[in-house]
Design a binder for this molecule. Structure first.
Ligand code: CO
Length: 360
């Protein structure tokens, strides 16, 4: 799960500005952009014509099922019943106060650092390790015919059994315990009753809250026999993430992460573009906090210091259109032209002499 750039305070493009988490609600009333609806209609009829200014050629995107909102549209997610978490499991503040403003902690004002060698670091590592186990477990469940709801249910049970809380559940009102983003869904797909189809790609994004710390990671899995362009997209995404990780060390500028991803995608000569709409984020006692990690070229200030812990989670999109639109549920983010997207995410801890990936 990741902050959407449009939720950042638009008057402040500094790396320290906070996501406006409650703004997801306002999106419920926004219909999909006309251009997106039109492009979808055209794809449905398999008579797609390029929209003005859209240079993408969807015939090059390969063969896959386009994910669309169910009609008639249901606005928001209030109709989705959340799974329950036993009372003895420690939960983050937003899960205790899911609707009210009272009791909300102050916005994060710390320096985004974890004390190296501290109990905090030990707990952070434990949460990250559990998150990577859950991600790998989720990957074993991905098969044709399995619904993303069934994966969500199994992931939920797996996490709860290990006395942790599934962080996405009730975060800003999110109704499920992980995000499952299939084919043209870039991020924040809500697990549902659609059986996975042979040839799908699906990102499963898991976050756990264990002992007061969040661990966050995701990967995109192949469902059965995926076409060559889909496989290329998924492996390019992993490579882009690794390129970003390689730019991390104490003293390095945060801008180097996006630069490394950009250069890698360019050098690959594959028809992919990095989505600009989502960022990585600092992580610790808070699910999302500074530093914000941009995946596309930027001039945000900030230098990596020992004790910084953050995610890198680039979304790569087929073609040259990086834009997204949000389904009426207020969460599901699709590419504007329904090209496929893949994502991969790791947590990186800056140490005294380098960078360590906590979610391998
Ligand atoms: Co994340």
């Amino acid at each position: 799960m990741l902050p959407r750039l449009s939720r950042l305070n638009p008057s402040c493009r500094r790396a320290t500005c906070r996501p406006l988490l409650s703004s997801a609600r306002h999106l419920y009333s926004a219909p999909p952009p006309i251009s997106a609806s039109r492009s979808i209609l055209r794809r449905r009829k398999h008579t797609y014509e390029a929209l003005d200014g859209d240079q993408s050629d969807p015939t090059e995107f390969g063969a896959y099922d386009v994910i669309l909102p169910e009609e008639p549209y249901v606005w928001g997610v209030d109709h989705i019943e959340s799974r329950t978490v036993p009372n003895h499991i420690r939960r983050p503040h937003y899960a205790m106060q899911p609707t009210g403003e009272e009791g909300k902690p102050e916005p994060y004002s710390g320096d985004g650092l974890i004390g190296l060698g501290s109990e905090d670091e030990r707990r952070l590592r434990k949460a990250a390790r559990l998150a990577s186990e859950v991600r790998d477990y989720a990957g074993t469940l991905v098969k044709p015919g399995v619904t993303t709801n069934a994966i969500d249910s199994a992931v939920h049970e797996y996490i709860v059994k290990r006395k942790a809380y599934p962080s996405p559940l009730l975060y800003s009102g999110f109704p499920r315990s992980c995000c499952t983003s299939v084919n043209n869904i870039v991020a924040h797909g809500i697990p549902d009753d659609r059986p996975l189809q042979d040839g799908d790609i699906v990102n499963v994004d898991v976050t756990v809250y264990l002992d007061g710390f969040h661990g966050d990671t995701s990967d995109t899995f192949l469902v059965g026999d995926v076409d060559d362009t889909g496989r290329a997209l998924v492996s390019a995404t992993t490579d882009a993430l690794e390129a970003g990780i390689a730019a991390c060390k104490p003293g390095a500028p945060f801008t180097g992460i996006a630069r490394a991803i950009h250069d890698h995608v360019l050098a690959s000569k594959l028809p992919h573009i990095v989505c600009q709409s989502f960022t990585g984020h600092g992580i610790g006692r808070e699910f999302h906090r500074p530093p914000w990690i941009f995946h596309t070229l930027n001039e945000e200030p900030g230098i990596m210091q020992p004790g910084h812990c953050f995610t890198i989670e680039p979304c790569l999109i087929q073609g040259s259109n990086p834009r997204i639109w949000i389904f009426p549920d207020g969460w599901t983010a699709s590419t504007e032209n329904c090209a496929r997207s893949a994502q991969a995410e790791h947590m990186v801890l800056i140490t005294e002499d380098g960078a360590e990936v906590l979610t391998r």
